[in-house]
Design a protein around this ligand. Structure first.
Ligand code: TYD
Ligand code: MG
Length: 455
């Protein structure tokens, strides 16, 4: 039987099937299977001399050398700068600001005296120069190229010496002529990524690959790359808001729970060293349905406003539950607990919940702040204007401890809050040191919170 010359590859997860199917059986996505030519593999004959060299575990080990980009928010998410001989994937929606961020980082590193190459498969050199001018970076000793040909890039990089950083914008535009698929297909992205990453490891430079990812996952590639690179950063944000969050999703050389906060200005991305002030900037005190959550993103405390709105469900159907920035299952649970344990009538109302500013919260510690916003909306009484809230809520309405109370309290105090509503501390050894000027209102049950609105 003749060998098949094509195969069917899922553009979402990279799974291979023998025939075309409408739904990928591996990842469950629909209409992601496309036909691609089978690559010819070079002979896999065993070489007699090639052996694995084992080494003892006990031995000297140096931490990997790093280079600071000079953009503090980026360096923090990277775990302390770019690691030499490593590859980072920066993913995000088209138009979110990936090219801007990386041009700024590349220019900063070049200004510090490092050899940096910025290779774009999306924009012409003139376009990049115009962008650099807009960013005030036109004097940076940065080298640009506009090409999609990976073979050309590899030979150019092999001729380089003392290379610090190479940016590839974007990996979906790259094309390796030995692979017959079109740019942007999983096979191309994987093969091009593999070549570039191999070179980075061999020559010791830091490689940054830009990858477009849409929420619907319609563009192929980055998911197969995630396994190949050392770090994956997601650049997120709402087009309607000016700030952007850089979030670590994988990092072989650092923590994955750090965030970097930027603001998109008319002169590029500006660092936001104090995100709480930005997130709370538009808050108006003394409005029912608003509560400030003292949250934590990685090691960094962040204060956020949670807004709730209740309206009578007049349609007669099942009430609406609309959530932006938080988990809708968690909201349903809190509504049920408030109703069952605290006698708040909520089941007949449409409920809208919003994390102001567009940040997404994943911490259960937000429960208490959400409950405060809901109780405030239900009673029409504003929360204490100078109060922050944090704590996890259990099914019986008990308020549970959360990690790092101290950091949350310090941030609240720093921003001028007067009062914190938090879980009652149980163990004696667990006593947080008093924070000057902040009144601590420790509660053990959600009813203690709801009572505050019924006085
Ligand atoms: P860009 O970096 O091109 O996004 P990506 O590479 O992720 O597709 O950024 C695109 C948006 O950013 C574009 O809508 C214009 C805006 N922008 C600014 O607001 N200020 C600036 O200084 C720059 C360069 C871009
Ligand atoms: Mg771009």
């Amino acid at each position: 039987m003749a060998k098949p010359t094509t195969r069917f590859v899922c553009q979402s997860c990279g799974a291979v099937t023998a025939k075309w199917v409408g739904k990928c059986e591996t990842c469950g996505e629909w209409n992601t299977i496309t036909e691609e030519p089978v690559e010819a593999r070079p002979g896999a004959a065993r070489k007699p001399g090639a052996r694995v060299q084992f080494q003892p575990l006990v031995g000297h080990a140096e931490p990997p050398p790093r280079r600071m980009t000079g953009i503090g928010e980026l360096d923090r998410v990277l775990g302390g700068g770019l690691v030499a001989a490593s590859a980072v994937l920066v993913g995000g929606d088209p138009g979110i600001g990936k090219s801007t961020l990386l041009l700024q980082a590349a220019a900063a590193l070049a200004n510090a005296g490092s050899r940096v190459l910025y290779i774009s498969g999306e924009e012409a050199v003139d376009q990049i120069r115009l962008r650099a001018r807009r960013l005030g970076l036109e004097a940076a000793p940065l080298q640009l190229a506009a090409t999609i040909n990976v073979r050309d890039i590899v030979s150019a990089l092999e001729a380089e010496r003392d290379l610090a950083l190479v940016v590839i914008d974007s990996i979906q535009t790259m094309w390796l002529d030995s692979v017959e698929s079109a740019p942007g297909t999983v096979t191309q992205v994987r093969a091009s990524g593999f070549e570039l990453i191999r070179l980075a490891k061999q020559r010791g430079f830091s490689l940054v690959l830009v990858g477009h990812v849409t929420k619907e996952g319609t563009l192929a590639g980055p998911r197969v790359l995630e396994h190949m690179v050392d770090a994956v950063l997601h650049f997120e944000g709402d087009r309607g808001h000016q700030f952007r969050i850089l979030r670590g999703a994988k990092n072989r050389y650092g923590p994955t729970d750090e965030i970097g906060v930027f603001e998109m200005t008319d002169r590029g991305l500006a660092e936001v060293p104090n995100p709480s002030a930005l997130f709370l900037a538009e808050r108006r005190g003394h409005i029912a349905g608003s509560a400030v959550f003292a949250g934590l993103e990685g090691t960094r405390p962040v204060l956020l406003e949670i807004q709730a709105l209740l309206s009578v469900n007049s349609g007669g159907g099942s009430p609406r539950r609309s959530v932006v920035g938080w988990d809708s299952g968690r909201l349903s649970m809190l509504l049920a607990v408030l109703e069952a344990r605290c006698d708040l009538r909520l089941s007949g109302s449409d409920v809208y919940l919003n994390v102001a500013g567009g940040l997404r919260i994943t911490e259960p510690a937000a429960d208490l702040a959400v409950a405060a916003a809901l109780a405030s909306a239900a009673t029409g009484q504003p929360t204490h204007a100078g109060a922050v809230y944090f704590g996890e809520v259990g099914l019986s309405g008990e308020v549970r401890q959360v990690a790092q109370s101290d950091a949350r309290l310090k941030e609240a105090q720093k921003l001028g809050f007067e009062r914190a509503v938090l879980p009652r501390r149980v163990a004696r050894g667990n006593r947080a040191p008093p924070v000057d000027g902040l009144m601590l209102d420790e509660i053990g049950h959600l009813t203690d919170l709801v009572q505050q609105f019924n006085q």
